[in-house]
Design a binder for this molecule. Sequence first.
Ligand SMILES: Cc1cc2nc3c(=O)[nH]c(=O)nc-3n(C[C@H](O)[C@H](O)[C@H](O)COP(=O)(O)OP(=O)(O)OC[C@H]3O[C@@H](n4cnc5c(N)ncnc54)[C@H](O)[C@@H]3O)c2cc1C
Length: 438
Amino acid sequence: MADRETARVIVVGGGISGLAATHRLVRAGVSVTLLEASDQLGGLGTFFEREGRTVERFYHCVMPSDEHLLPLLDELGLADTVDWAPTRMGMVVEGERYPFNTAFDLLRFTPLTLVQRVRFGVVSLLLRFLGRGRDLDNLRTEDWLRRLYGDVIWERLFSPMFGSKFGAAFGDVPALYLWQRLGREKNVAVRGYPSGGYESIIDALRAAIEAGGGTVRTGVPVAELSAAADGVAVTLASGERLTADWAISTLPLPTLRAVADEALAPALPTVQLAYQGVVNALFFLRRGLDGHYWAPVLHSGTDFDGVIEMSALNGTHDGLHLAYAMHYCDRTSELYRTDPEEIARRWTAQLLATYPDLLTAEDVVDVRVFTAPFVEPVYPLGYAAAKPSAEVPGTRLLLATTAQIYPDVTSWNSSTGLSNRVVDGLLERLGAEAPARV
Ligand SMILES: Cc1cc2nc3c(=O)[nH]c(=O)nc-3n(C[C@H](O)[C@H](O)[C@H](O)COP(=O)(O)OP(=O)(O)OC[C@H]3O[C@@H](n4cnc5c(N)ncnc54)[C@H](O)[C@@H]3O)c2cc1C
């Protein structure tokens, strides 16, 4: 049996999960090859170039509670590059914009009656406490929130907010997800952003992996994966075949199923998990919006259901303000399949209508539309018991994918934590010590 010195490991997927796993294996002295299908590392955290500068396709920020990501940034020498800033939240309901941060904001929030506003405030304050000790994994979010907040607050606020993230099945998602999320996100919260962008994290990980003797290959889609009790074999789209003692797959489960060979497929997790994709437009604006980092957009006749004013966190970009608008949806939905130029046109008009006092058409310098098919797993009730473990029985394939993150929120932090755990389990089998956490 291979030990730490002789084992060869293949990591499939070069998003944060794959990069973090590869980096940790390299630090433990294991021989690793990372295989990434696209020409870029970073997965959902990738970027594009505009006029010589790079910008993230999808908005990302770091939270002070990112207990796994921050130590990784520290190891990479990047912790001090994270600029922290207090951020605030807004809310757009029926085309009207509201600040949504303080008790005073809530008292002036006219989409709810005064009694509803007070109920909203009191229940929200107590929500984490009210969830303690309850079997929230088997309780529908809708049932829990309707009971606590009442029908109107559910229908006017929560239903569109959850529907925007999870689609038609939103009411069925276990209440545990929401409860957990409350621990990560607050309306007024300090958020962070690395001064070199997420690109600087990706570059530093690649450099550290290569400096430690690991191999990183991009532009090499895995076309077939087979795994048995004595090792794994990978066939790339080019026809090249690689073998290893172990593999870690970070692919979304549907993507993994599509590349698993006939022998491996039956051993994969059987849980039928739907995924929400995302349609996301990035606006380059001459003027800023209202300074709210995040604003859900509800009942306002827009295709998007939220706006992230990125520049409220990380400042302007060559003098331009950056704002993202997003809609989470199934990859087979009509919107997802709509021509990006058409989305850019429609969403620009909708953004202008949402901020008519702040923006004119001349202020919109550029719009870029990006989509991703597998972003948020839509968790069924009882998922804590059903979620896949790292091991694929009878094989030397391990899983480190977003389907295992629950009940945590999918993020670079939770993916890093998962990869650390999966790698530590593998190192234990190889008889190696896990690298100390800094
Ligand atoms: C709009 C949006 C906003 C977000 N905001 C935040 C935020 O503020 N903070 C935060 O921490 N997180 C945020 N996230 C979540 C975060 O980006 C994800 O949870 C995280 O990137 C998942 O990482 P991953 O490595 O598991 O998956 P991915 O990033 O999806 O990586 C999977 C990789 O596998 C590759 N791949 C696919 N098929 C193959 C194949 N056949 N062969 C080889 N490689 C393959 C893909 O190209 C990809 O690079 C956001 C995500 C989105 C979409």
